[in-house]
Design a protein around this ligand. Structure first.
Ligand SMILES: Nc1ncnc2c1ncn2[C@@H]1O[C@H](COP(=O)(O)OP(=O)(O)O)[C@@H](O)[C@H]1O
Ligand SMILES: [Mg+2]
Length: 299
């Protein structure tokens, strides 16, 4: 069966499941909304491509998706998709536009909250701006199944903020040693400084699944040994020329190369994400983001 066929089958299965176990009609983000940060220690490991393709694939599976460009330093989801949003996060933070006015429709019906590059003040949000954003997101009048947050790289304040605000964290690593050491540093800070305990690791740009496992083992050995923390293996995406090619064409890989090796892997990870729901989110996460993180860490 080709990839389009697999997607159709998946959609049918989803429809069946929702008939047996219909979701209650709720608005906005709620306790069922999966809010997942896609993050990394080092830049250029594939976060934006992964977040955008997951969004597209899950949307094809009938899920309602919001993709947030939270790389407030180097926003580029709009460039990746070849769209020129009129407004962005900046306008929300300045009270000039509502979130609904800023969110745009992307490929496959995904909703996108664009950010802005090159605006100094966006690189570090103030406490007031963080609260404005949380209020706006919590009040969103849409029912969402998944919110993907494409964060910046590293350990800067905004990266921590968006990771803490998400309910789940996927750390993307490549086989480069610097990507591993930087991922370790990020995990260490989120664990020791912010009490974050669950990390899903996605290994990108590898040749084989064995190489991915070996990269994962290096990272998990370090977290086990030095932090006494187990991290989870989510999956791998192979190095695939289709990715840069799709980027050049400003289209999504999963859209224009649905049967490529990388799309197939992204698809099986997306499926796994749907199936392996974590245990119930802690109470107090009914809202999209908890404001406690701003009070705790905000400035
Ligand atoms: N699986 C892959 N195979 C080949 N190239 C990839 C893959 N994933 C990402 N890339 C390339 O790596 C570069 C960085 O990707 P990007 O998603 O922008 O990373 P990040 O958001 O982490 O900075 C892009 O040029 C992209 O084409
Ligand atoms: Mg990026």
């Amino acid at each position: 069966m080709d990839q389009a066929g697999v997607l159709r089958e998946m959609k049918k299965m989803e429809d069946k499941i929702s008939k047996i176990n219909p979701l209650p009609e709720q608005k906005g983000c709620n306790e069922d909304t999966r809010v997942i940060a896609i993050t990394s220690g080092k830049g250029g490991v594939g976060k934006t491509n992964i977040a955008a393709n997951f969004s597209y694939i899950l949307s094809m599976m009938g899920k309602r998706i919001l993709l947030i460009d939270a790389d407030t330093g180097l926003a580029n989801i709009d460039v990746l998709l070849g769209i020129t949003p009129e407004y962005n996060l900046c306008h929300v933070l300045h009270g000039e536009k509502t979130l609904s006015e800023v969110i745009i429709q992307g490929p496959g019906g995904i909703k996108i909250l664009p950010s802005a590059s090159g605006i100094q003040q966006m690189a570090e949000l103030s406490k007031g701006q963080k609260l404005t954003l949380l209020d706006a997101l919590n009040d969103l009048n849409e029912r969402l199944d998944f919110v993907f947050i494409d964060t910046g790289a590293g350990i800067a304040g905004n990266v921590m903020y968006f990771n803490m605000a998400a309910k789940e964290i996927i750390v993307v690593v490549s086989s480069e040693p610097t990507s591993l050491t930087d991922a370790y540093a990020l995990i260490k800070i989120l664990y020791q400084g912010y009490s974050e305990k669950r990390f899903m690791i996605l290994v990108n740009m590898v040749k084989t699944s064995n190489e991915a496992r070996s990269v994962f083992r290096k990272l998990s050995n370090a977290t086990d040994h030095f932090l006494n923390l187990s991290v989870e293996y989510l999956g791998h995406v192979p190095c695939d020329n289709g990715v840069p090619e799709a980027v050049k064409k400003q289209h999504l890989l999963a859209d224009i190369f649905p049967s490529s090796k990388a799309t197939r892997c992204l698809f099986s990870i997306a499926k796994k994400l749907c199936q392996e729901r974590p245990g119930p989110y802690e109470s107090g996460t009914m809202k999209f983001f908890s404001k406690a993180i701003v009070d705790r860490d905000g400035k």
